[in-house]
Write a protein that binds this ligand. Structure first.
Ligand code: MUC
Ligand code: MG
Length: 379
């Protein structure tokens, strides 16, 4: 039995390099819940729980993630043998319903510890193990301005950092949004794949029109055009349109994945570890998608370095990631809170190779961006 000896949770607010304009919120800073667990042998594990735009994306907020962990999950961990990650998370699941982001942060920390104990990367402890060392990475063009988005896309192509772009739409009239997407597709041409994310903001009728028009201007994929709980309408759009529909907010773990796959409600799955309820659950969603012939894409909640590394370890176990990933979260932030930043280049992210997550925190940066840090104001 290896017991928990110490647990710290912090909310860390790191500004973004520019406003990130989504249909439901404009992000100026990312608020990440960082979890650090230490066991009785002194082995340390890191996890992250991050959502987008307070409560505007889903039912969990940074504050609720921290409170669920502190108040309800840590007391369960105090009764567990932390070397048994599956058994520990099964006990957490019996005591805490929902709260997928909070559970994912804790499971991440446990897997980081397990990997360190065994001397293996976390990716070797998930599914069938690691099958790749690097992942293609998309960038989201979401400055809110077409000309600025084109300039940003050109710069990313020039630097060979990204050649897949996701545009955030759904705030304006459908025709205005399509004109914006069309201008970017025309400017970037064959050099890039352009996709959109509507973040559930269209009605079915708007989606029918929008998807047909987006196909005509050269857009490759439409993510969550309508409400994620309307699986019947997603199925109608998936069968009626040539452009593939990607499920994002609709996917909340293996059971929803099975329902969506059975209903033929999506051509592509956006895999998200936090939304799925953890790294193991994320891998199960991938397995269901693969079995159903659904294309896979590695999604993000705009996590920082810890959550991005955790996602990367899961996506590294997926044999066919036909649509790549969007693990660019740390690049959207002004500072990365890791002692050694994740390695991006040649349109890809290198999956860390060290034991566990293969990363470490920069303690000074963590201290600086912690929300609860007492700041001395000098006149
Ligand atoms: C989402 O809805 O997919 C992912 C990339 C991005 O820019 O926002 C996120 C959230
Ligand atoms: Mg999305």
């Amino acid at each position: 039995m290896v017991a928990l000896s110490r647990a710290d949770t912090f909310i860390v607010d790191v500004p973004t390099i520019r406003p990130h304009v989504l249909a439901m919120a404009t992000v100026h800073a990312q608020s990440m819940v960082i979890v650090r667990l230490t066991d009785a042998d002194g082995v340390e594990g890191l996890g992250e729980g991050t959502t987008i735009g307070g409560l505007s994306y889903c039912e969990e907020s940074p504050e609720s993630i921290k409170s669920a962990i502190d108040t309800y999950i840590l007391p369960v961990l105090e009764t567990c043998n932390l070397t048994q990650v599956g058994a520990t998370m099964a006990k957490v699941a019996r005591c805490v319903r929902g709260n997928h982001f909070a559970k994912c942060a804790v499971e991440t920390a446990l897997l980081d510890m397990a990997g360190k104990r065994l001397g293996l990367p976390a990716s070797e402890l998930i599914g069938g193990g690691r099958v790749r060392d690097s992942l293609p990475v998309a960038w989201t063009l979401a400055s809110g301005d077409t000309a600025r988005d084109i300039a940003e896309g050109e710069e990313m192509l020039e630097r060979r950092r990204h050649n897949i772009f996701k545009l955030k739409i759904g705030k304006r009239a459908v025709r205005d949004d399509v004109a914006h997407v069309g201008a970017i597709c025309k400017a970037l041409g064959d050099r890039a794949s352009v996709r959109v994310d509507v973040n559930q903001n269209w009605s079915e009728a708007q989606a029918k029109l929008g998807m047909a028009m987006l196909h005509d201007v050269g857009c490759d994929l439409v993510e969550q055009p309508i409400a994620g709980d309307d699986i019947a309408a997603m199925a109608r759009l998936s069968t009626g349109q040539t452009i593939p529909l990607m499920a994002d907010e609709a996917l909340r773990g293996p059971r929803t994945a099975l329902r969506i796959a059975s209903a033929g409600a999506a051509g592509v799955f956006a895999l998200k570890i936090a939304q799925s309820g953890g790294l193991f659950a994320g891998a199960e969603v991938a397995a269901i998608g693969t079995a159903a012939g659904i294309g896979l894409y590695g999604g993000t909640m705009l996590e920082g370095g810890v959550g991005t590394a955790a996602s990367a370890h899961v996506f590294a176990t997926v044999a066919d990631l036909a649509w790549g990933t969007e693990l660019f979260g740390p690049l959207l932030q002004t500072e990365e809170i890791l002692s050694e930043p994740l390695a991006y280049g040649d349109f890809s992210l290198a999956v860390p190779t060290g034991p566990g997550l293969g990363i470490a925190l920069d303690e000074d940066k963590l201290d600086f961006f912690r929300r609860d840090r007492s700041r001395t104001v000098v006149d």
